[in-house]
Design a protein around this ligand. Sequence first.
Ligand SMILES: [Zn+2]
Ligand SMILES: [Zn+2]
Length: 362
Amino acid sequence: MNESSKRDEYREIRINPIVPTESVLVSTARGLRPRKAEKPLAQHTESKITTCPFCIGNENQTPPTLASWPNDNEWQIRIVENLFPVLSDRNISNNLSFGLQHVIDGYGRHEVIIDHNNHSIHVDAMDAQHLHALFKMYRDRMQTLYDSDSRIKYVLVFKNFGPAAGASIAHTHSQIVAMPVVPENVANEMQHAHRHFQKFNQNIFSHLVDEALAFEATIYDRESGEVRRKISVGQYVIEKSKRFIAIKPFASRFEWEVQIYPLFAQSDYLACNDDDLRDFALIFKRTMQRLNKVIGGAQYNYFLHTIPHGDEFKKHHVSYQWHLEICPRTSIPTGFELGSGLFVSTVSPEDAARALREVKID
Ligand SMILES: [Zn+2]
Ligand SMILES: [Zn+2]
């Protein structure tokens, strides 16, 4: 441990500015949180595995193709139904409620997006054109699912990569779940962002981005009067392009968490045009390259948060901003975290941001 990191050792509870009930304990003292002990992610190099249902030539081992790019025969990206859906449109249940037992029909759809026909490729190694096609497919499939049934309130796109992130199939894939309810964390974000807008007439997400870009302050220790921390320009910025920014949240639940936001006002990912998604694919690729370089073989979850569909959400367009949350899984949640709901981060978000920003990528 060098001099400066010793000086920076501190403990503080940081309140998530968007959802204040979600707080993070930043404690850079070692040993508070177990690191993932298992061996680093096995680096497969085979582009095709005969026993893998997602590999090219094994299409008969999955449900039929729902969409593909560039075409069904020579596909590079393919969408199929999930064999073990968490929600399905084959459910027969009526919304029976009894006492405190309120039930919502588990209607929905659960699909798998095979991100690439190459078995072993990682997202940061996919070319920008491929990622552009992938993000367009997310958007177009979300639209199709919303259009398919008016009971669909939210379509969640996410990816689990690596066993530490809960991926059960090694072949790179994302998932898409169309749900009859709005996920609690999206609802919380919307509600708090709406309140912030009513109070300050300002979109909290743009406010956050502005602060990440231009905030400058010195924090002094209350007792000794010594400088405790300097917040400097661009401290939380990882990557910036013309239309998007990747930032390290000030209150990050995961040590290496990064979020990508549009720099323009847009609440709905489905409103994002092809040009913007090209730029998004680039910043995403560079961010993942940085994460992979710094953590080495990153295992992660990412998910898209965007405004739910339905008239009741229209008032949120002005206060909400869609975004991508990338959560690398480098440690195991402890009883303290599960019991308190307070996430612990043993790397200071400022140090993590600096490491990600300064690492050299091609
Ligand atoms: Zn495969
Ligand atoms: Zn979010």
